[in-house]
Ligand binder design. Structure first.
Ligand code: ADP
Ligand code: MG
Length: 315
């Protein structure tokens, strides 16, 4: 653990006041900090260099170069980069809202409108990466999607249940306040860095496998289509509150399920979700990467364009 006060001794870091820990991973800790020069809050990701091999360090430096060249409102922007003997410091914009993943846990699942609001922004970020920059993110998942700022969310109290009602599926469903841009801005963070470390250490992080595309699991060549698969997994998870591919403890079973594209729109959770949303999920969770929707097809899908009226639970 990096002692927070120690960082301020480093040249270039005196301008930041570390406030709290936002998250941590195997090789890094992310702090919330105050930039005293601009009087704004930032996030500082501190990566421990000493545990990294030379080629991993080179990959990180390349990735940082790439991040510096990115400029899109759906992609977490890198404001600065510093390096000491022991650490890399990546200074990025702060997302006060935290992780999309925590939102799913908190909300149980998203309404279709809220899911569309989020997925559209993520898809636009992916569109920028794929079509403008020609790069693949490779680590799209809820934990790497951040919110800024989080607006007010209100719980809709479930209507009183009549004894002979259909089984209720809308309990715990929340609606969002659409005033001023829905839930706020969604940003893709963690640009490839963790993936570099994991890949080159040839370890598969178990927490991520559920979002990994079949061609990766099967160790075939992969490209932009992997981000589209992951986007399909995120969309699926947002809509129902659980991931499309899941196995409690057996990684081999999970791998097989992913390789076969073995998922279902389970009842009752998916009963009230529109066919258009299911259609987009199905085109993204398509095992053959050549048949899978690319970002252009995704961005022009009727559900994402919002041309269809979403059915709500109970209707
Ligand atoms: P890792 O390589 O460990 O996955 P991340 O860059 O994904 O590192 O950061 C880890 C966690 O820290 C994120 O999942 C998120 O909770 C938090 N975090 C990272 N960057 C920010 C940010 N700019 N604003 C708010 N929280 C952040
Ligand atoms: Mg991450």
């Amino acid at each position: 653990v990096t002692p927070a006060n120690e960082l301020s001794n480093y040249v270039g870091l005196e301008r930041y006041l570390l406030l709290s820990i936002l998250g941590d991973g195997a090789f890094s800790i992310v702090y919330k900090a105050l930039d005293k020069q601009t009087d704004t809050h930032v996030a500082i990701k501190v990566i421990r260099k000493l545990e990294l091999k030379a080629n991993q360090r080179i990959s990180i430096l390349k990735e940082v170069q790439l991040m510096k060249s990115l400029d899109h409102e759906s992609i977490l922007s890198l404001c600065g980069f510093l390096e000491t003997l022991e650490y890399y410091f990546l200074i990025t914009e702060l997302c006060q809202g935290g992780e999309l993943f925590q939102q799913i846990v908190h909300l149980t699942y998203f309404s279709e409108d809220l899911a569309r609001h989020c997925i559209r922004q993520v898809a636009e970020g992916i569109g920028y990466l794929h079509e403008v920059k020609g790069v693949v993110h490779r680590d799209i998942k809820p934990e790497n999607l951040l919110f800024e700022p989080i607006p007010f969310l209100a719980r809709v109290d479930p209507a009183p249940v009549q004894p002979d009602d259909e089984p209720k599926v809308d309990e715990g469903r929340f609606v969002e306040n659409y005033g001023g841009g829905g839930i706020g801005k969604v940003k893709i963070g963690d640009f490839g860095l963790s993936k570099i470390i994991w890949d080159e250490a040839t370890v598969t992080p178990c927490g991520t496998i559920g979002y990994t595309a079949p061609e990766i699991v099967l160790r075939q060549n992969y490209s932009k289509a992997v981000d589209m698969w992951a986007l399909g997994c995120v969309l699926y998870t947002m809509l129902c509150g659980f991931p499309p591919f899941y196995d409690d403890d057996d990684i081999d079973i999970l791998t097989e399920k992913v390789a076969r594209g073995d998922y279902t729109f389970m009842s009752p959770w998916w009963d009230s979700i529109s066919n258009e949303a299911k259609d987009l999920v199905a085109h993204l969770l398509c095992v053959d990467p050549t048949q899978r929707y690319d970002i252009h097809q995704c961005l022009h899908h009727p559900w994402l364009l919002g041309q269809v009226k979403s059915r709500k639970a109970g209707h």
